[in-house]
Structures are given as C-alpha cells and as structure tokens.
Design a binder for this molecule. Structure first.
Ligand SMILES: Cc1cc2nc3c(=O)[nH]c(=O)nc-3n(C[C@H](O)[C@H](O)[C@H](O)COP(=O)(O)OP(=O)(O)OC[C@H]3O[C@@H](n4cnc5c(N)ncnc54)[C@H](O)[C@@H]3O)c2cc1C
Ligand SMILES: NC(=O)c1ccc[n+]([C@@H]2O[C@H](COP(=O)([O-])OP(=O)(O)OC[C@H]3O[C@@H](n4cnc5c(N)ncnc54)[C@H](O)[C@@H]3O)[C@@H](O)[C@H]2O)c1
Length: 448
C-alpha cells in the first residue's frame, strides 16, 4: 500500500487541530480523523462552556454589587436553558469555523475513529485504511469513573453542560481544577455547594494561596470538607445521600458531581499491537519531542502524561509539526514555566515554582514577597475578603522563580508576567517598572 498522506492525526481536539493546521501550512498532506465534534473537549465539554458559565457567575456577582452601590433592580436568577442555548450557538460557530479553516488549509477531515493496524497504517471505523510515515495520537481524555455503588446517581463534568436547570444542593467529589471551578460558579449562580475532597484542594498550586482561596470559598457559603473518602451514593427520600468513610452519611443533595480526574482515550487505538508504550493509567509515553518508542508514532495533549491544558496540547502539536515538516529539527515544547489559571471565584493563577517547590530545590536562597489586600471593587461593594499575590525569588539577584495571584483579574494578569518570567525576570526589574494605578496587578511591581 502506498502512503495516502504524509501525516495522519487521530483526534480533532486542541492538540490534533493545531498539529494538522501547522503541518498543512508546511505543505504536508494531512488526514485528520475524529468521529466527534471539531475542537474536542476544550470547545465542547471543557474550557469554552466552562468559561461561559464562569462569565455568567461573574455577572451574577456584579448584579449583587450593583444593587449594593445603588442600582435599583433586584437581581433575578439566570434562565439556565436560555443561557445553554446562547452557549451552544457560540460553540457551534467555533465548530463551523474549524470546518471552514480545515477545508481552506486542504486538510482532509474524516469523521471516523481510527485504530492502528501497523505503525504506519490506520484502519477507520468503515474498515478502510490510510497510510502515512507520521502518525500523531491526539485522542485526549475523558472523565474518570469510580467503581463504587451508586456512582451512576452522579454526573461527570460533561453532564453539567447539558443540565437544563440549576441544581439546588450540589455535592462535588474531588479537589482539583474541575471541582473548584464548578464549586465557585454553581454557588455564584445560586446552588448550595459542598466540596468533598481527599486531602488537598488544587495540589501543585502554592499552599498559601490555596488556603486563601479556600477561605474565600467558605465565605461565599461553599462548604469545603477535606479528608473525605466517599464509598457509595444512595437515593434517599429527600435526595442523594453519600457514605463518607470518616464521617458517615452526608446529604441529601439534589445533584452530585464526580470530579475525580480524567483517563486517557488510548485503549481503543490498539497500541499494544504495534508496541507503543503506555503508563499504568493508559497515558501514551513520549519523550520531550513528543515521540513514542515506535518510529513515526507521536502523541500530544491529554492522551500523554503531560500537563492537561489546551495551550500545552496546541504548543506541543505546533512544535511537532514544525520539526516533522517545517525544517526545524530542534523544535520542541519546553515544559517549564507553563502558566495556568483556575477559574475559581476569585480566579487563582500561577507561573513557575510554588514556594514549597522552590524551597525544596534552593533551600535558604529563596526569598518570598507577598501582598494581601482588599481589591477596590470588593471594598466598594461592601465585600469582605482579601486577594493575595506572591513572588518567589532566588539568589542574590533575586531571579523570579514563581508568580502567584489570587483575586479578580488574575486570569488576565498573568499572561504578560509569564513572558517576563520566561525572559529571566528579576525582582529589580519589577521594582524598576512603573505601576498601572489603580489596579490589582500593580501590587506585583510594588512589593517591598
Ligand atoms: C471541565 C473542563 C474544563 C477545562 N478548562 C480548561 C481551561 O480553562 N483551560 C485549559 O487550558 N484547559 C482546560 N481544560 C483542559 C482541556 O480541555 C484539555 O487539556 C484539552 O482539551 C486537551 O486537548 P486534546 O487535543 O489533547 O484532547 P481533546 O480536546 O479531548 O480531543 C481529543 C479528540 O480525539 C477524538 N478521538 C478519541 N478517540 C479517537 C480515535 N480513536 N480516532 C479519532 N479521534 C478520536 C475525540 O472525539 C476528541 O475530539 C478543561 C478540561 C475540562 C474537562
Ligand atoms: N482552568 C484550567 O486550566 C482547567 C480547568 C479544568 C481542568 N483542567 C485540566 O484538566 C485536568 C483534569 O481536571 P480534574 O479536576 O478532573 O482532575 P485533577 O487531576 O485536577 O483533580 C482530580 C481530583 O480528584 C481527586 N480524587 C481522585 N480520586 C478520588 C476519589 N476516589 N475520591 C475523591 N477524590 C478523588 C484528587 O485528589 C484530585 O483532587 C486538570 O488537571 C487540568 O490539567 C484545567
């Protein structure tokens, strides 16, 4: 069989689309396979619908602030179904624009799943085969399910976007990004939320900022229980009940969200048949260049063991295509200093090292600066609570290792600071920068 394409990409999510577009731009003949919607998790079940709900939560809060400062009308509840339709229209437009762009980039889009029959050959659902010297696995991940009694009484994150009304009493099991984000936005939209987490919230984020976020969540009325270990869910007369090993029965709740992590979509690919290595959870193992152990087979995005963020999948895919088809033999993603924001209420962002990680690596050479303050808009609106910003530096020249921000605006603030950190930012560079006033961001250049 002669090669039908130069590149086959499995999955048209963030990573697959980015790889396909960049390879086609370099002149490669690309086939892009996906049985589902264009844009994958991020567009349909992740970043985009989540951020839309997060905006709605901000607007709900802004309505309350407005009334406090003298606007007349009392805020009403969100028409949940109307907003779902508005979101779907927005998402459809993204999907359609991808379809148009793929066509104009001459990427062959095939709306079928693929699986390996040889290292250079993919079989489609209809039994036909495609061949290419380079194949990229970008099949993403899906919500993890747990084998415990009553699991089916709950939802996973995908299901929240399909809800037709706002649930009243909600239990969220888990303490990661998804748990914290949905807790914040559902509470702000009118639910009464309880978070049931194992030991930590937001592992990997700076402990001090996570603690400050937890206090703010609790001040909003969210109940946060750490050290919880849910063993079963039941349907009781008044709602869903949970068996929690340390404390006994919890509930009743009207809705239950399992936010206990994600599993890679790798098992249907028949990777074993061609010898591609995976870890014990099914992530495709790659080296720093996104190459698997099998020549010509690569992987990007959530199906790998790397940080599961859209911009990471996109950047890895683009660099890979630049290396394979763009004459850039050294192109690869540097996985250090990747900025990330949790769209909690308020948002929490970080780039670089946490204080704990920096101290572990550099010991006493670490210096920390922090600023805790009440943001102006909160003070005006009579809201208690404080933002927290933190710089983690090292050495005599105080090179900045980490920047952390919790508070309104953190989600937009950190992108520019991430560029500076990448360029070798020192504390004295921040001191030498004139502030923008009045703002929250100015705290990062005014720390004494
Ligand atoms: C609720 C939620 C909120 C999130 N919010 C953010 C955020 O705010 N910011 C952020 O950066 N990240 C966020 N993420 C993470 C982000 O969505 C993922 O990191 C990103 O979508 C991963 O892209 P991907 O291309 O690896 O996989 P996906 O986007 O999951 O795409 C994989 C595609 O592969 C297809 N596929 C599967 N099997 C096959 C097969 N055999 N053949 C062909 N195609 C196949 C699937 O249909 C799918 O379309 C969020 C995730 C969730 C769940
Ligand atoms: N804003 C963003 O960028 C954003 C938003 C959402 C998701 N994401 C990405 O998607 C990934 C997946 O998010 P996630 O929240 O699903 O996973 P996660 O890995 O961030 O968190 C999983 C949580 O589930 C808990 N957990 C695991 N098993 C459990 C059990 N049996 N009982 C109770 N708790 C259990 C873990 O302790 C952890 O707190 C994130 O790591 C992130 O990379 C990013």
């Amino acid at each position: 069989m002669t090669a039908s394409h130069d590149l086959i990409v499995l999955g048209a999510g963030s990573g697959g689309l980015a790889t396909a577009f960049r390879a086609a731009q370099h002149g490669a003949r690309v086939a892009l396979l996906d049985p589902g919607e264009l844009g994958g998790t991020c567009v349909h079940r992740g970043c985009v619908p989540k951020k839309a709900l997060w905006f709605a939560a901000q607007w709900a809060q802004a309505q309350q602030f407005a009334v406090y400062v003298g606007f007349a009308s009392e805020p009403g509840p969100l028409d949940w179904e109307r907003f779902r339709q508005v979101r779907l229209r927005y998402i459809d437009a993204i999907d359609q624009s991808y379809a148009r762009r793929l066509q104009s980039a001459s990427v062959q889009l095939i709306r079928q799943a693929g699986r390996f029959v040889a290292a250079d050959t993919i079989e489609l659902t209809d039994g036909s085969q495609l061949q290419a010297a380079q194949i990229v696995i970008a099949t993403g991940a899906r919500p993890r399910t747990l084998a415990l009694p009553g699991f089916g009484l709950g939802m996973v994150s995908d299901d929240v976007f399909a809800l037709q009304s706002l649930p009243r009493r909600v239990a969220i099991v888990g303490g990661g990004y998804v748990a914290v984000e949905f807790a914040g936005l559902l509470q702000a939209l009118g639910s009464k939320v309880e978070v049931l987490a194992h030991e930590h919230l937001l592992e990997g984020f700076d402990t001090e900022l996570v603690l400050a976020l937890r206090e703010l969540m609790e001040a909003q009325g969210i109940r946060v229980n750490l050290h919880s270990a849910i063993q079963a869910a039941h349907r009781g007369d008044a709602g869903i009940l949970l068996d929690d090993a340390p404390t006994g029965s919890r509930g009743p709740y009207d809705a239950l969200l399992w936010a206990v992590g994600r599993v890679p979509n790798s098992e249907a690919l028949e990777l074993g048949s061609i010898g591609v290595e995976t870890d014990e959870r099914g992530h495709v193992l790659t080296d720093a260049r996104q190459d698997t152990n099998v020549k010509g087979v690569h992987a990007v995005g959530d199906v790998t063991e790397r940080k599961a963020l859209t911009p990471v999948a996109v950047a890895a895919g683009r660099r890979l295509a630049d290396r394979l088809f763009g004459g850039q033999p050294d192109a690869q993603l540097v996985y250090e200093n990747i900025p990330s924001v949790v769209f909690s209420e308020p948002p929490l962002g970080m780039v670089g090292l946490t204080e704990e990680a920096a101290r572990e690596q550099y010991g006493d050479a670490v210096t920390v600066y922090r600023s805790r303050f009440t943001p102006m808009q909160w003070a005006l609106a009579g809201m208690q609570g404080q933002s927290l910003m933190k710089l983690v530096c090292v050495g005599r020249d105080e090179r900045v290792l980490g920047i952390h921000a919790l508070g309104p605006g953190a989600e937009e603030m950190l992108q520019g600071f991430a560029v500076a950190l990448k360029l070798g930012l020192r504390k004295c560079d921040l001191d030498a920068t004139v502030a923008i006033h009045p703002s929250s961001a100015e705290e990062l250049v005014l720390m004494g």
